[in-house]
Design a protein around this ligand. Structure first.
Ligand code: SF4
Length: 204
């Protein structure tokens, strides 16, 4: 059993100080064919600093070796907030983790959780087996250009406006205003995305 704790970030300038996030390493938690790996913002900037890489690896280590502690640490932090973001860096590692995300949302019905993921199959398998997610857990499929999700349950989708290439983006996609700290109170944030809705981000 580990004696240290999950690192939960309050210093993501896009999210703002009021929205905690838990983060995991990119690569090993992402789908192996993730098309965004080379351009991934989480491999640059502050997530790439040595100290931060250690924190992300440590989070994954706690999940793998002491999942109860991982879950409890997130519960204890999320409890005090209205919004929580899963994985500004990294992705859902496995099915047990996704089940844990659902348990956390069920235990904290007043907190709204958000996760973007390219683990389309994992999420679709979960919904096929267990049914839809709790209302306070918004799971958004991340598309990347022509890399589009199989989306039989009509989950919300996030698209990217690339700087140089064109990419298919539905005309009803909301444009991301960039700062979640303000956006969350607009009623039009990613936490509010419903089935069939979508958002478009500018490429970093
Ligand atoms: S649309 Fe709003 S909530 Fe979603 S990422 Fe952009 S600023 Fe954040």
């Amino acid at each position: 059993m580990s004696t240290n704790h999950v690192h939960i970030s309050f210093h993501n300038s896009k999210l703002g100080a009021g929205i905690p996030s838990v983060n995991l390493p990119v690569g090993c938690t992402c789908r192996p064919d993730a098309p965004c790996f080379k351009k991934c913002y989480a491999r640059r900037g502050r997530f790439s600093f040595a100290r931060n890489r250690v924190l992300l690896e440590n989070n994954l280590d706690i999940w793998r070796n002491d999942p109860e502690r991982y879950e409890n640490d997130i519960l204890h932090t999320a409890y005090f907030h209205n919004f929580f973001r899963w994985h500004a860096s990294g992705d859902i590692p496995d099915m047990d983790y996704l089940k844990m995300m659902v348990r956390v949302a069920q235990r904290l019905p007043k907190v709204h959780f958000l996760a973007f993921t390219k683990k389309y199959d994992l999420v679709n398998d979960y919904i096929s087996l267990k049914g839809s997610f709790p209302e306070n857990l918004t799971v958004v499929f991340s598309a990347w250009g022509n890399f589009l999700p199989e989306n039989p349950f009509n989950l919300p989708v996030a698209y990217i406006h690339f700087k140089r290439e064109s990419a298919p983006i539905p005309s009803n996609a909301r444009s991301c205003p960039s700062y979640c700290g303000d956006c969350v109170s607009s009623g039009m944030s990613c936490w509010d995305l419903k089935p069939g809705e979508c958002v478009a981000f500018n490429e970093h």
